[in-house]
Design a protein around this ligand. Structure first.
Ligand code: DGJ
Length: 373
């Protein structure tokens, strides 16, 4: 009798804890999905569709090898942003060794947008070829008629082949540089690089595209933002009206400022960009910038983080991936970032914090636990 009573109490406790829905964000802590598994969607991108938020991110596996794409892009859905349902793998890597998205390649920072012209969901992602480290520096695209996938891979490119950026001075549009003569990152190499030598080097092949983001403006024009020129300069490029290609319009943004992890959002008439510096998987200080058009010019606003020196120099031990405007809430934006754990990739956690504004500058402060007001 006593044993039965204990058993009932124990099972009720288990049922209660599984059913208990989340009502707060707890940055950096284990975040369980509807199956009780830590959410596996790193370098994430978000899309709101049909009263539901969708979260797309890198599915990581265990160990250091788990930083490679061994599975694909994972998708989750949520009505309230606190509780997430596993929707499975939206884009799968291929077992076919002749496919560019073969298992073991690198797929990072996937972002999905909806194209009204073709009524299609379009996913772009940073793509590195298997066994080539980070040298290919490509951007890949895949499409699906259904938001959760399966997405069909179309191609990967080094964008803007044979096209000069709109804001590159005519006087510098001369091919050829001394770059090849110097050791990479030497004083002489850097001097050449600062004059746009990498842009020229890649002019005929197409430009490098590593850390990336997408931004769709109010008029439906989509922009692809990526770390280019060996990560020294961001490129912001307009996409065609089907979102599957690049038009010939692109700019160099914040040249030679070495930004990674870009994320753009719009507030009123202003466009804001949050980004990071370059330090591999290790965190560094976040940056912010403002513009009155996605194509710039961009003006730096400095580190948006507030708190202890250590915390703000490391962006609360995280790196930006997306800024989410909360639906139906005036002036409510969430800074979303990754706390990477490269030694056991699957353990990476998520840092979501509210963005405040002071004198039209984004400000981010640490909060242990919070909810949307
Ligand atoms: C930092 C980038 O932001 C990540 O997406 C990833 O590419 C790592 N570097 C790899 O070191």
């Amino acid at each position: 009798m006593k044993f039965n009573y204990i058993l009932i109490l124990f099972s009720s406790l288990i049922i209660y804890s599984c059913d208990k829905s989340e009502e707060t964000f707890k940055p950096g802590q284990l975040w369980l999905d509807n199956n009780g598994v830590h959410i596996n969607a790193h370098g994430g991108g978000f899309l709101f569709s049909n009263d539901t938020y969708y979260w797309f991110g890198e599915h990581k596996t265990e160990g250091e090898a788990g930083n490679k794409a061994n599975v694909g892009v994972h998708c989750y859905s949520s009505k309230d942003l606190y509780n997430w349902k596993d929707e499975g793998i939206a884009l799968s890597v291929s077992e076919n060794t002749s496919s560019l998205i073969v298992k073991g390649c690198i797929i990072e920072r996937p972002k999905v947008i909806y194209n009204t012209k073709n009524k299609q969901f379009v996913m772009w992602f940073h793509h590195e070829l298997k066994g080539k480290g980070y040298n290919a520096a490509m951007t890949g695209v895949a499409v699906s008629d259904k938001i959760t996938g399966p997405y069909s891979y179309i191609k990967s490119v080094n964008p803007n082949k044979g096209i000069w950026p709109m804001n590159y001075p005519d006087s510098l549009k001369i091919l050829g540089s001394n770059l090849g003569k110097f050791k990479k990152w030497s004083k002489e190499w850097n001097k050449e690089m600062e004059k746009g030598a990498i842009l020229k080097r890649d002019f005929e092949r197409g430009q490098m595209a590593r850390d990336m983001a997408l931004f769709v403006d109010d008029d439906g024009t989509a922009y692809h933002i990526h770390s280019s020129e060996e990560n020294t300069t961001l490129h912001i490029a307009e996409l065609t009206d089907d979102y599957l290609d690049f038009t010939d319009k692109y700019v160099r943004a914040l040249p030679n400022k070495s930004n990674e992890a870009p994320a753009i959002f719009k507030r009123g008439d202003n466009y804001f960009m949050l980004s990071s510096g370059l330090s591999g998987w290790k965190p560094n200080a976040a940056r912010s910038a403002i513009a009155n058009h996605p194509l710039g010019p961009w003006k730096e606003l400095g580190n948006p983080c507030r708190g202890t020196k250590e915390a703000i120099n490391k962006t609360f031990y995280s790196q930006s991936t997306y800024i989410l405007p909360v639906q139906g809430k005036q002036d409510s934006y969430i800074f979303m970032a990754d706390r990477w754990t490269p030694e056991n990739a699957i353990d990476g956690s998520y840092i979501w914090l509210p963005i405040e504004f002071e004198n039209n500058k984004p400000i981010i402060k640490w909060i242990d636990e919070w909810s949307i007001k």
